[in-house]
Design a protein around this ligand. Structure first.
Ligand SMILES: Cc1cc2nc3c(=O)[nH]c(=O)nc-3n(C[C@H](O)[C@H](O)[C@H](O)COP(=O)(O)OP(=O)(O)OC[C@H]3O[C@@H](n4cnc5c(N)ncnc54)[C@H](O)[C@@H]3O)c2cc1C
Length: 466
């Protein structure tokens, strides 16, 4: 085993969060090395903070929640343990990147539910933070887990067997979700449900006047609730709120007068055609929706503004979007690049009246902190949307990071006052976000669960409240 690097480091972070000091880093590459590390850390009473690829941009990047942890970087633990091309499952380790898994799935009947983030992000790390993919929320991809607990024991959940094969959910309670947005163990493998590769991938795209956003959300929710004959997830995005003055920043090409409807429709030719027809009918009252296009994703060429989106709609990850948004040539530069980035993630209603109220409140906060933001609704279910509010700032401007953090803090409070709970949080707010949405009795249960498995609180202290 490697010796601990006993230097105090201040990790870099695109979000400009208050730096945490760390005790060092460890880079285990196998399950046995993780177990040995955990056992040693428990005897020397060192707190461990596992990350997969540490690209949790906007939420704290690779930084732990509390000071003086040993960061356990699992990016070198990157084996695809098994691939079941009959039932559509992959069992992968934390260091397996989107690019790595998607490459193995090329020309198979299955695709990966890729995110918009960099191709070298971890499938496991993203799912453990409840990220959103192109086709659905990543939580729906998590079929089972293998984890090392604080006593060094190895457990599996959800039907994943100790030999790293997945057979489907088995009898008995399934504790898989208890490891998502929690800190019960170090996850060393995940069974990931893949997405069937369809005959056709239609890609919906339209730019619509800003004042139609509430109506459009209502209409798309209605389309989903009545039954979308194709699979895939629609998004309403690129809704820019900008202050009337100040030196705010947004990615190039954003027009505050417009927003975008986009997303894939997956299925047979007939299903995609019918879905398009029903979507158009649902949007008939929305001004500007007649210009909506549905293109065949496989026919979108490099150079087309939709190219990156079309790739992701075919299960191919790409860094093009991230690099453009954050003005870097390589994703390795993001944590020290020119653009700062923060994310705020509330559950959002799709009702037109509530949407306008929420946007008016956010606009007031944007004005107060002279900082712009982009609002996105990921229509992950027939009930509520996963909101993604992106805040960009110039890292070179002295008070820009402060204003961006103030905007995220105020945005958090005002969204909650409008009934929008936070579904994914960051290293500064995770504890408060859990406490504010959880009853005392339920917090007590989470505490008992944590102390039963990790009595001294040595694993990921502070992550999502525990
Ligand atoms: C422009 C842009 C676009 C983005 N688009 C998306 C998007 O479409 N969807 C999306 O979800 N996100 C998106 N992100 C946010 C982020 O980059 C991704 O969520 C990314 O996948 C998270 O980083 P990671 O995969 O390296 O996970 P990590 O940073 O490794 O993991 C996240 C957290 O999970 C915990 N964790 C990780 N691994 C383990 C483990 N093995 N055991 C126990 N705990 C663990 C840790 O607390 C860690 O901090 C975007 C960011 C930017 C800047």
């Amino acid at each position: 085993m490697q010796e601990l690097t006993r230097v105090e480091l201040m990790p870099r972070d695109v979000g400009g969060h208050q730096p945490r000091s760390i005790e060092g880093t460890e880079t285990p590459r196998t399950l046995d090395e993780v177990r040995a590390l955990v056992r040693r850390a428990m005897t020397t009473r060192r707190r461990l903070y596992p990350i997969s690829t540490g690209r949790n941009w906007g939420m704290g990047s690779a930084m732990p929640v509390t000071d003086d942890n040993v960061v356990v970087d699992l990016s070198g633990m990157n084996r695809i343990r098994s691939l079941d091309l009959e039932a559509g499952y992959a069992v992968i380790e934390p260091g397996v990147t989107q690019a790595q898994l998607a490459a193995v799935l090329r020309d198979t009947p299955w695709m990966l539910n890729v995110t918009n983030s960099c191709a070298d992000t971890s499938v496991v790390g993203n799912a453990l933070d409840r990220g959103d993919g192109t086709f659905r929320s990543r939580v729906h991809d998590v079929a089972g887990l293998e984890a090392v607990l604080a006593d060094g024991s190895v457990v599996t959940t959800g039907g994943l067997d100790p030999a790293g094969r997945y057979h489907g959910r088995v009898a008995g309670p399934d504790l898989t979700p208890a490891f998502v947005q929690h800190n019960l163990g170090i996850v060393t493998a995940m069974a990931v449900a893949l997405v069937p590769r369809p005959q056709t991938v239609g890609f919906v795209h339209g730019r619509i006047p800003r004042h139609q956003v509430g109506l459009a959300l209502d209409a798309i929710a209605g389309f989903l609730r009545r039954g979308n004959p194709a699979d895939g997830m629609l998004r309403v995005r690129e809704m820019a709120l900008v202050p009337s003055h100040g030196d705010w920043l947004l990615p190039a090409g954003m027009d505050p007068g417009l927003f975008t409807i986009m997303g894939p429709l997956l299925g047979t030719d007939a299903a995609v055609e019918l879905a398009e027809e029903l979507l158009r009918k649902a949007l008939v009252e929305v001004e500007g929706a007649e210009a909506l296009r549905v293109v065949n994703a496989a026919e979108v060429l490099p150079g087309d503004p939709l190219y990156a989106r079309a790739l992701m709609a075919q299960g191919i990850p790409t860094c093009l979007g991230v690099r453009n948004a954050l003005r870097v040539a390589s994703c390795d530069q993001i944590d020290q690049g020119p653009t700062g980035f923060l994310a705020l993630m509330p559950l959002m209603p799709t009702n037109a009246r509530k949407t306008e109220q929420i946007l008016a409140a956010l606009q007031a906060a944007v004005e107060a902190h002279t900082t712009a933001l982009l609002v996105e609704w990921n229509l992950v279910s027939k009930h509520l949307a996963n909101g993604v509010i992106q805040i960009f700032f110039e890292r070179g401007v002295p008070d820009a990071a402060h204003r961006a953090h103030q905007l995220r803090n105020d945005g958090n409070c005002l969204l909650r006052s409008h009934g929008c709970a936070i579904y994914r949080s960051d290293i500064d707010h995770a504890a408060a976000d859990v406490w504010s949405e959880t009853s005392t009795a339920s917090l007590g249960m989470l505490h008992r669960l944590k102390t039963a498995l990790d009595p001294d609180g040595m694993l990921s202290p502070g992550r999502y409240g525990a």
